[in-house]
Design a protein around this ligand. Sequence first.
Ligand code: MCU
Length: 394
Amino acid sequence: MKYLSSILLLAIPAIATPSPTLTERQDAGCGIASGYSFKSSAKLPDPFTSTNGTKITTKAQWPCRAQEISQLFQKYELGTLPPKPSSVTATYSAGSIKVTVSDGGKSISFSAKISTPSSGKAPYPAIIGIGGVSIPSQAGVATITFDNDGMAAQQSKSSHGTGLFFTLYGSSATAGATTAWAWGVSRLIDALELTPSANIDTTKLGVSGCSRNGKGAFIVGALEPRIALTIPQESGSGGAACWRISDSQKAAGKNIQTAGEIIGENAWFSPNFNAYATKTSDLPVDHHLLAGLIVPRGLFVIENDIDWLGPVSTTGCQEVGQMIYKSMGVPENFGFSLVGGHSHCQFPSSQASDLSAFVSKFLLGGSGSTGVVAKSSATVDTSSYIDWAAPALT
Ligand code: MCU
């Protein structure tokens, strides 16, 4: 049954047609405390306790804590995100930017198609589509198509190590495909910054993608601070869902994708994750903390009520993620919208106005408010998944 759902999702074609960098934050002297060990827990890890035991009480402490969280994600789940390489160059011609990256004596090149809008004003804001976008095009906003499959393959579990990223960093690099895509998007943004003729405003960039590419979009937004608005669509398990909540839903008999299944299905995560996939209680992170890497930047999470994606898991996980935005005093910068009753990756018109409000605020410089968007057909008691309280940070 689980595989049937998985095949059904696979059968639906993908509709293809940024602040300091992580490395700079690491340079600030923050990171996992030496001697840190995580005490196994089926509850979602506390965002507000640092690895050295310090409680987070002020907003000013967050960037350092976020750096720890990023390192924990990389160590246990995502694999290592390499820093900016020694050389990135770019050329632009006829709607296509060609990016050449050299590191350690090796070189790779890739191209991305840029479609500028018929309205608006250059340089344009843009949404980078991970393998394309499945949300409606937005007036005044360009679309850039990132070939994630070329950067890191997602054919099967044994795809790990295949793609341009691994040509540069070796097939035994620990990055999962989603981390490699984040690195590639970072190089694309480097290239856009170097190339004014591409007419893209790199201070107004969004990222989106659906399903497996939605998992990618979420992780790109979490690892690349130059993304102003992250819009993961129907990412489900490995994206908006929390590993622990999905496991508890599976135990309750739901036909839901879990970490244990995902590591056998594809190469989205690091080989480092394999050891934890059937004991997610041992993970010091879970996906509510992706919101903690994106805050205070814009985040609009779109979901569906398909069992395999885990509607209770995505809703509960992101309600907890929204607590971090609330603690940071920016609850309206986060939106969650789960609307069911439509095919996978088909954007329902009822979500259009909330999406436009986020695009307007974060990509078009609009002054309008998004309001606090938290809509779902699933009702979840988040208190059963956490054993900590979110403080109002000063
Ligand atoms: C929701 O994303 C995935 C899902 O994780 C997989 O189990 C399934 O096989 O494919 C989905 C997908 O990418 O559908 C297009």
